[in-house]
Design a protein around this ligand. Structure first.
Ligand code: SAM
Length: 242
């Protein structure tokens, strides 16, 4: 389906249902590769002393074994989609895995983890800004004092300008986007029946409110260092210390 085509397949707003549909092709078409996983793991290990980690929205589990090898044990994976947890189980047979929706409350005691990661745009699937704030506050509760929450999401500038309004634009290879309303985009998988879902833009102005419980909040242009570079795709990493 060409990026500017008006059509689209089913709109699947529920993240678990959307990833149930994507799971069969996720690793081949959408997962971050081993080089990104190594870079991210090394970055996390430099920043945070070893201990229990939660991978919130662990997807196909690419981070679980590398995190455990870096000393983050146990490396617990949580995901709302059973079909994605099957892939995680394959990638990391020994990892504790939990099926849950982040917004339903993290099923862990207070001060359980030294590190919580939520990478590769997982949390943009929470479309309600109050749910984002609640999940971040819940992560604060589940972290030990001094622990880190590290979230990777698209920089708001990685969504091309909404012009003309509501038109499909290229977001990434094989993925189109269109603005639904202020702060809300629809993403379409062009090669997979054009199935669509809705995601929240993370505006810089939201961060101060959402990360209020944390003692320190840092914004990084990805894990490779350097400056924000649109030609490399714009992600932002929010690292918040409890
Ligand atoms: C784009 S994948 C990223 C996977 C992984 N974080 C990575 O870096 O490779 C997003 C994953 O988050 C899960 N997810 C999305 N929203 C979620 C939610 N509200 N609660 C739990 N898991 C969620 C999806 O099922 C999917 O497996």
């Amino acid at each position: 389906m060409p990026p500017d085509s008006p059509g689209g397949g089913n709109l699947i707003e529920d993240a678990a249902a959307f990833y149930a549909a994507v799971a069969p092709v996720y690793d081949r078409d959408y997962a971050l590769g081993p080089a990104s996983t190594r870079l991210q793991t090394a970055w996390l290990a430099r920043r945070c002393p070893p201990g229990p980690v939660l991978d919130l929205g662990c997807g196909s589990g690419r981070m679980l074994a590398p995190l455990a090898q870096a000393g983050f044990t146990p490396a617990v994976g949580l995901d709302c989609a059973p079909e994605m947890l099957v892939l995680s189980r394959r990638a990391s047979p020994a990892a504790p895995l939990v099926q849950a929706r982040a917004e339903a409350g993290l099923p862990f005691r207070a001060a359980s983890f030294v590190l919580i990661v939520s990478l590769h745009a997982t949390l943009i699937h929470l479309t309600d800004p109050d749910a984002v704030a609640a999940v971040i506050a819940d992560c604060h509760r589940a972290l030990k004092p001094g622990g880190w929450l590290v979230i990777e999401v698209p920089h708001p500038r990685s969504y091309p300008p909404d012009s003309p309004p509501g038109r499909w634009r290229v977001f990434a290879p094989g993925i189109s986007c269109r603005r639904v309303e202020d702060g809300l985009e629809e993403l379409r998988l062009d090669d997979h029946g054009g199935i669509r879902t809705r995601v929240r833009l993370w505006e810089i102005a939201d961060l101060q409110r959402w990360f209020k419980p944390f003692s320190r909040v840092e914004l990084h242009p990805g894990f490779a260092g350097g400056r924000f570079d649109p030609s490399k795709g714009l992600v932002m990493v929010v690292a918040a210390r409890r």
